[in-house]
Design a protein around this ligand. Sequence first.
Ligand code: KMH
Ligand code: ZN
Length: 306
Amino acid sequence: MSKVIITAAITGSIHVPSMSPYLPITPQQIADEAVRVYEAGGAVAHIHVRNPETGQPSSDMELFREVVTKVKSRCNIVLCLSTGGGVGMTTAERVKGVTTFKPELASFNFGSINFGLFPIAEAVRKFKFPWEKPYLQGTEDFIFANTFKTLREFSQAFEENETKPELEIYDAGMINNVAFMLQRGYLKKPVYLQFVLGILGSMPASPSNLLYLFNSAREQIGDFVWSVCAAGRHQMPMCTMSLVMGGNARVGMEDSLYAGKGVLAKSNADQVEKIVRIARELSLEPATPDEARQILGLKGLNKVNW
Ligand code: KMH
Ligand code: ZN
């Protein structure tokens, strides 16, 4: 039976605590969620951290340390640390998780976009914390900068720490960036691409856009391993399309707070269970973390720095 990698992005830096009481905030909650994802059939947990008091996205390495050590003591799920971070973080802060922890896998955003979260603010009736509204509204004027210099510097950090990059592709031009960095020797094949659909400021989530990204990547890069994530209500349809097309799938509360129409997910595991059910209906079996390590060519949990 074909194996598919199910990733869950546990908390992210897009949603704010006022939007769901179930959004994991503290290191303990994030670690508990990663373990629940593992138990539900997830092979990878994508990790951001938040200030435990306010829920604001953070780049504090001690918060990351608490999460990764707690998870490792309980299960062998692959941890994919974020280098996307959150609004307002510097590139130096964002890459620190790679140089500090030498993870097996980390996200690597492959171009710049005006990451527009500001419409989300309109949907929140009452904000719990003072940082939330300006954080979202400020993105009207926020460039999520991943310049060629950053791509070069991050590539070197990934290579030095033997961390496999998960290349986040929000837009067609970013495939060109991957081809360029491959040609210059900054990336090695096979690359792992994740098509990110439905973020305002980049490509909308639609079947034709996913097909277009996939075909463009085939033309420009050749063979690659790939996955899909999509924002909000597009999460399950786009992940299902990825599975049908032979790709992998990322769910999780970073991308959607819902487990169904109008139903908040109580845990990331709700979404993992759902995509696992869909996969099995398609005669696909979720990969274990060790199978995911093999598919992605990861160095192994014994080589991380925690
Ligand atoms: N925020 C996402 C839509 C990252 O953390 O580096 C993609 C992501 C990026 O997860
Ligand atoms: Zn992320």
